[in-house]
Each structure stands twice: as C-alpha cells, then as structure tokens.
Design a protein around this ligand. Sequence first.
Ligand code: IMP
Length: 428
Amino acid sequence: MPGIVIVGVQWGDEGKGKATDLLGERTDWVVKFNGGNNAGHTVVIGDEKYALHLLPSGILSDGVNAVIGNGVVVDLEVLFAELEALHARGVDTSRLKVSANAHIITQYHRTLDKVTERFLGKRQIGTTGRGIGPAYADKINRVGIRVQDLFDENILRQKVEGALDQKNHLLVKVFNRRAIAVDEIVDDLLSYAERLRPMVADTALLLDEALDRGEVVVFEGGQATMLDVDHGTYPFVTSSSATAGGASTGSGVGPNRLDRIVGIVKAYTTRVGSGPFPTELFDEQGEWLRSRGFEFGTTTGRPRRVGWYDAPITRYATRINGITDLVLTKLDILTGLDRIPVCVAYDVDGERFDEVPVNQSDFHHAKPILEYLPGWKQDITGARTFEDLPVEAQDYVLALEKMSGTRISVIGVGAARDAVIVRHDLVD
Ligand code: IMP
C-alpha cells in the first residue's frame, strides 16, 4: 500500500501533522503537490518547534525524501529562508527535490495579490497575500515562470517580459502603482539559480521509480477540500487542487497508484478568510472554542472563524476525494460541554438540504439543522484505546462515522504527538 494521500476535509488547519506523524518512520517520501507558502504547519520534535510554510513536513525526518511537486508554486525567497533556518538548527535538507515544472511566485505576484484584494473591497477573498492566486493565474494563462526557466537566462528574460507586458499596464493604469522592471525580476530569480540547481529533478519519474520499489510515498495536500478551486466554496477558495485528484496532477503520479486516501477532519469546524460557513458561531461559545482550540492562523496569525461539526461537509469530502480513512482531530477540545451540537443537514430558505448544495447562493443562505449529542466532562488526553474514552465520546465518534459514510481510523485526543487512538492502521 505505498501511495497514501492526505487531504483536509474542511477549510484547512485540521491538523494533518497528526497523520504524517503516525506514518512517521514508515514513510520514504513526502510530496507536496499543491499550494505554496500559504500553508502553515508547526511541527514539534522533542523540545524543538518548527514552523514551516512551504517545505513539506517530511524534511524534518531523517531518511525521508521530500519533494516539491509540479503542482506547487514556489517563492524562492521563502524556500531558501526556510532551508537556511533548518540548516542553522542542524537539520539535513539534502534530500529535498524540486520539480523542474513547478511554477515560481515572483515579486509581481505578491504585489498583485495585495492590490487586487484591496481593489475588491467588501468582496475580498481574504487571501494570505503570498501571491498564490496570481502565480496560478499565470500558469493557466501560459505566462508563468517555471523552475527550469532559471537555467536559461535568455528564455527567462523572454518569459518575464511576456509576463510583465500586460501586468505593468494594469499596475500603472488601474492600480496606480509603479511599473516593475524586467531586469529587477530576472536578476532576483537568477540569484537563486545555482543554489537551486542541485535540487531540481524530474520528480514524477523519481516518484514512479520509488513506487515501483515498493517504497511508501505520502502525498501531503495543502489547504483542504472546501478551499479547492473546483470543489470548494468558489470563489472563496485557494487557487489550486487541494483534493485527492490534485495529488495525481500535482505530482505526475498516475491515479491508480494512490492506494489510500486519508481525510483529516476536526471534531468541530474552522475557517480563515471570507466565504460561507453554515455552522459558524458568533457568540461566547465560539470564543470558548477558539481559545480552547488555539484557533489562530500559523501563516497570518489571524483569529480563525469557528463553528460546530458539519456532517454534510465530511460526506461531501468523502465522495469528492474517495476518502478511505478519516482522522478525527482535536476531540479533546470538546471536553466539558453538556451537549454537543452537530450539523446534520441545512435549511435553505425553508427547504431541507441533506447534502452540500451545488448552488453557491444556496450555500450562502444555508442554516444548520442541528442535532445534540451528549457531552463528557472527563479529561480524554490520556486515552490511547477507543475503550479508554468515556462512552459519550465513543458515541460522538460513532455518530460522526455513521454520518460521514467512511470509517474514522484515527482519533486525536491532545496536542502531544502520541495523543492518538489508532483504530485502523493507515498503511496496512
Ligand atoms: P490564498 O491561498 O492565499 O489565495 O487564499 C485563499 C483562501 O484560502 C483564503 O481564504 C485563505 O485564508 C485560505 N487559505 C489558504 N491557505 C490556507 C491554509 O493553509 N489554511 C487555511 N486557510 C487557508
């Protein structure tokens, strides 16, 4: 069972680290296949805490090969800053490979991300401002700069000229900004070329060979299902394929080699940025969840929007991704409640929807239909088997499992790395 995909079920920040940690020593390769430095994960190893935005978490484990796949957009300044920070702490990063086909985020993408958001005013997406959307727009528009372009100055210059041609008109005439000089961009990009060269590879081929040898390859999805550009709450989404299909297109590994699809889902829901969120709480219960769950963004520090568990979303994500196993995280955060509300369906202007509505306006108007499950008061952070959990917590998990249509294989019960209950192994 060597090809394992990990995806977020909700709007991100579900705690994918729990699953990558569990796979731990059995992992040979970790592949990032979408997004860029808009992600953020904090990894704690021993007493050391590492905050990574761009690099796949596997970079921190000895013997694991880390891959930045073709579906990623790479900000070179961030890449080298993260690598240098890890070197300074003695981490060996020599096993990093970067796809020659990955696209590059440049200064003009970051600038455009910020000015476009400002221009949108009330309609803004609430992006991370890292240039993600504009870099993917260039890729689809066929004016993107790829990693391989850095090794031919002539080609690089032509491509940067092509990319800046229309953008400079836009920056100057619409956004009232200064034009960006081709030389400035070319010189900046070239300054990274020699350091980047040894990392650049045909990563699709490397991964195919690894799978042929029976090695375990983990495809780590950035963001999550509801932020996916096709299947999320468009236009309040990120600009990449954050669902399991993206693992294939974003790495060059055929879909028939993806054996296990693991969905990570929080025992409640959070969201960063704008867009619909039916179970969102605006009262003191929301404050309680936010502070108990430490729900503040790793990348932007923004307080996250919080709400109750939304079963139709998990059902939707299970279907869209083909999820084989769920990892339910942060169950311990719900400890102390008398009863726990769970959204089982939506009310849209008087009509009941059992599934996520396909129509954007319907989802914007969706009010949660809640059912209340009995809560528990005992501390569950020490539970290591399902039977260690209070019966109410067991019933909460079983109810969620039934509503989602797939099994909950792992339950996260605390912040510590080993604070998990494994009901089904994710590899075998
Ligand atoms: P972008 O990815 O910076 O373009 O932002 C688009 C939307 O995705 C915004 O609502 C962001 O807050 C959200 N987003 C991007 N990355 C993450 C993440 O890692 N976790 C949660 N939300 C994210």
